[in-house]
Design a protein around this ligand. Structure first.
Ligand SMILES: [Zn+2]
Length: 356
């Protein structure tokens, strides 16, 4: 029993890769087989984040992660509204302390209380956090309340970070040595592609709102334009979305069963989380039998899929079953439909001519 507990704790902390993927399948490193992941992570709840950064992100259809120090929040309405629009509200503790200077009990209080206050005010789960001054505390305490946490370290993360509680990020803005403007942000994003990495931009102030190391919203705007123009390359996700994706992808278990002409696909995540449900869609690809097309159904409904070079690509949510329906039957139906339609059209045209 004790061994099991130790194992689960170790797994939660070190993100062991334990995926079980049958032959013929491929699990996308990043959503939709994009080449790199990007997260825009905003700290301290500075005054211009809601009025300037949020509309800029939304203009391009992107969502950010906003890390709040709960004692510093004067009113919650704005944060609740942006959360309702899909942005993530995450914890940056209650008082912004150096966690390493606190006792284990004090650290627990900072992590548990901030989570509780955010969840009460936002009405959604709070499952990630960022360390004040980028100083880590005790990982196992963080793991009791969050699925991942962000440090600084001026780098990007590998697709499978060794420790989900020490995710790298890079400071941008006036205090950053390298990432000051659009050109720098774009370069950094392009570099992440080389390593298929996860690029977390660490942002504070916007347009001199008094926040640390400000960036200009126009710089953010033209950078996001570049990212959107390269949409097949970059996946922009919140810190929680990308974290979930990594945990699920690395513990995904796929099994299949032939059901007559159809293939039943069962998808599970073997990782366990006491913090959240691992239910974020993961993109997979399956090779199809020679010359066959297919559609995918889930609970009797056809879901989005894409045929690509003899394979089918679609999203799966762990804990669900999907049915691969090969398209010979469908092709036959379509052919009958088109032929009957054509005959009816010809007949009606002939009838009209005869009538005239
Ligand atoms: Zn801070």
């Amino acid at each position: 029993m004790k061994k099991n507990i130790l194992l689960i704790t170790a797994m939660a902390i070190s993100n062991i890769i334990s995926a079980q993927i049958p032959e013929g399948y491929e699990v996308a490193q990043w959503k939709d087989f994009r080449q790199a992941a990007i997260t825009y992570s905003f700290d301290d709840g500075t005054p211009n984040q809601i009025p300037a950064a949020v509309p800029t992100l939304e203009k391009y259809g992107y969502r950010g992660t906003f890390n709040l120090v709960t004692d510093w929040v004067k009113e919650w309405d704005g944060w609740k509204t942006i959360s309702d629009n899909g942005h993530e509200i995450a914890s940056h503790t209650v008082t912004h302390p150096y966690l390493d200077k606190l006792t284990a009990e004090q650290q627990t209080a900072e992590l548990a209380k901030s989570k509780e206050i955010i969840e009460q005010n936002i009405g959604k789960e709070c499952i990630t956090m960022v360390y004040p001054y980028c100083v880590r505390g005790i990982d196992s305490i963080v793991a009791d309340y969050y699925i991942s946490a962000r440090i600084c370290c001026e780098s990007f993360s590998s697709p499978s970070p060794q420790n989900m509680f020490a995710i790298a990020s890079r400071l941008v803005g006036t205090e950053s040595q390298y990432l000051k403007n659009t050109y720098d942000f774009n370069m950094w994003a392009k570099l992440a592609v080389k390593d298929n990495g996860w690029c977390v931009f660490l942002i504070h102030g916007i347009d001199n709102d008094g926040g640390y190391s400000p960036i200009k919203s126009v710089d953010l705007d033209s950078h996001l334009k570049f990212v959107q123009e390269n949409d097949p390359t970059f996946w922009v996700g919140t810190f929680a979305e990308v974290s979930k994706y990594i945990i699920e992808r690395n513990s995904l278990k796929i099994s299949e069963k032939q059901q007559g002409e159809e293939t039943e696909i069962l998808v599970e995540a073997t990782a366990e989380s006491k913090v959240t449900k691992l239910d974020y869609p993961v993109t997979i690809k399956r090779r199809l039998p020679n010359g066959k097309g297919a559609i995918v159904t889930h609970n009797g409904k056809v879901i989005d899929s894409k045929l690509d070079d003899g394979c089918i690509i679609f999203d799966v949510v762990p804990g669900n079953t999907y049915l691969l329906v090969y398209d010979e039957g469908r092709m036959l139906l379509w052919t009958i439909f088109v032929v009957v339609g054509a005959i009816l059209l010809i007949l009606s045209a002939m009838r009209k001519r005869i009538g005239a």
